[in-house]
Design a protein around this ligand. Structure first.
Ligand SMILES: NC(=O)C1=CN([C@@H]2O[C@H](COP(=O)(O)OP(=O)(O)OC[C@H]3O[C@@H](n4cnc5c(N)ncnc54)[C@H](OP(=O)(O)O)[C@@H]3O)[C@@H](O)[C@H]2O)C=CC1
Ligand SMILES: N[C@@H](CC=O)C(=O)O
Ligand code: NA
Length: 371
């Protein structure tokens, strides 16, 4: 029987998602090490945050990473040096980007061209410029060339199988006509708690803080409230459906950031001042209530008409979108094959563990391909 091959794992980002991923990785690694005949075993060789890193020059596996990264005094390396370090590893490498950093995203083509595979929940790589999107996929192998593999399931709907489903629809020749629903765990949680269908609900600003504390928001919650997070997800889905969307700001996106707070210099200052605007949100809620409706933050991609939009809409209380709970997303694919009854995916759309699950599942897909 051939000896199992070592696959080296490098992780950038150890926040809410990163920590959950590392815990799932250790479960996966120990499961693999106990299964007879496994073709590979996993070694964590790199872990970094924005300032610090832990790694060994001789590619020895990292142990006790949690304390290690906490107490490390080693500065992180520039991305070009990280790439050089990983390229020289004595085996295949998978880079796991658990940041929301644009520079890391911009460097994917470089890593991929060197044969390093990537799995990530970072939306910025796939919703930045169309040129970056093309560069990433022309540098990747995904079955054809010599580059690394890339998967990004958790960049839309966290661990929910949204991207894999859309790819399956497109690759099997279905025609996607419309994709619509609730694409943000934060926005879902905010409106489900601020205006539940049963009445009552908390103050909008307090729910924003709750969403942040639960790990649903982007590192800066303004990236959720300005609609850009949903716009990024729709950009990704629209591109996968065949539309050449130039950027997440190339279509109408409604922002919930009050004008007066657009100039806040930090996310913390923004959260501190947000309660001053609770009355404005209450007004929207009361207006909807008078019509017997609730407000929810939704988005849609209309493929034949090449239209994408993101913003608030009112829904009857009996509508499935109105009845969502917690951080649930609901995503409906209207296609030629599915006709009037769309294919629907629903479930938690944010949170460390459910997001890390999509990343870990992508890692398993890469491992199968590396085999
Ligand atoms: N949270 C969720 O529910 C979901 C998140 N995602 C995506 O997952 C990613 C991570 O989110 P989350 O874990 O919540 O974010 P956090 O803010 O909790 O963690 C981000 C981590 O990335 C690190 N980081 C930031 N910039 C860099 C950099 N340039 N180099 C190295 N490390 C860096 C941070 O380090 P430091 O602490 O030093 O700043 C931190 O460890 C994001 O792209 C997000 O959009 C996707 C779906 C759902
Ligand atoms: N902030 C995002 C995280 C997942 O993509 C959200 O709330 O949906
Ligand atoms: Na997903």
């Amino acid at each position: 029987m051939p000896l199992p091959r070592q696959v080296f794992i490098a992780v950038i980002g150890a926040g809410g998602v990163g920590k959950c991923f590392l815990s799932q990785l250790s479960g996966l690694a120990s499961k693999l090490s106990q299964s007879p005949g496994t073709p590979y075993y996993l070694s964590l060789i790199w872990l970094s945050t924005s300032k610090k890193a832990i790694y060994h020059a001789d590619y020895k596996s990292l142990s006790n990473w949690e304390a290690g990264i906490e107490t490390s005094t080693k500065p992180t390396l520039p991305l070009s040096e990280l790439c050089e370090y990983l390229v020289k590893a004595p085996g295949k490498v998978v880079l796991v980007d658990n940041t929301s950093n644009q520079d890391v995203a911009d460097s994917y083509p470089t890593f991929l061209k060197k044969g390093i595979s990537i799995v990530t929940p970072n939306k910025k790589a796939f919703s930045g410029s169309y040129e970056l999107w093309q560069n990433i996929f022309s540098s990747a192998s995904n079955g054809t060339g010599i580059g690394g593999y890339i998967f990004h399931e958790s960049s839309v709907g966290a661990g929910l199988p949204v991207i894999s489903t859309l790819k399956d629809l497109v690759e099997t020749g279905d025609q996607v006509q419309k994709i619509e629903g609730v694409f943000s765990g934060t926005m879902s949680f905010l409106f489900n708690s601020f205006q539940p269908t049963s009445g009552g609900g908390g103050k909008f600003s307090a729910e924003v803080t709750n969403a942040k504390n639960k790990g649903y928001t982007e590192p800066d919650a303004r990236d959720d409230l300005n609609g850009l997070d949903v716009a990024r997800k729709l950009t990704i889905l629209a591109r996968l459906a065949g539309l050449k969307v130039e950027s997440p700001t190339s279509f109408p996106v409604q922002s919930l950031i009050p004008k007066e707070l657009e100039s806040c210099s930090s996310g913390d200052e923004f959260l501190q001042r947000l309660p001053e605007f609770d009355d404005q949100m209450d007004q929207l809620k009361n207006d909807a209530e008078k019509e017997g409706k609730v407000i929810r933050f939704v988005g849609s991609v209309d493929v034949p008409n090449n239209k994408v939009k993101v913003g608030l809409e009112k829904f009857d209380k009996s509508h499935p979108i109105a009845a969502l709970k917690g951080s649930d997303n609901i995503i409906a694919f209207y296609t030629k094959r599915y006709g009037d009854n769309p294919l629907i995916i629903q479930g938690a759309g944010a949170g460390g563990d459910v997001t890390a699950m999509g990343v870990t599942a992508d890692l398993v897909k890469v491992l199968r391909l590396l085999n």
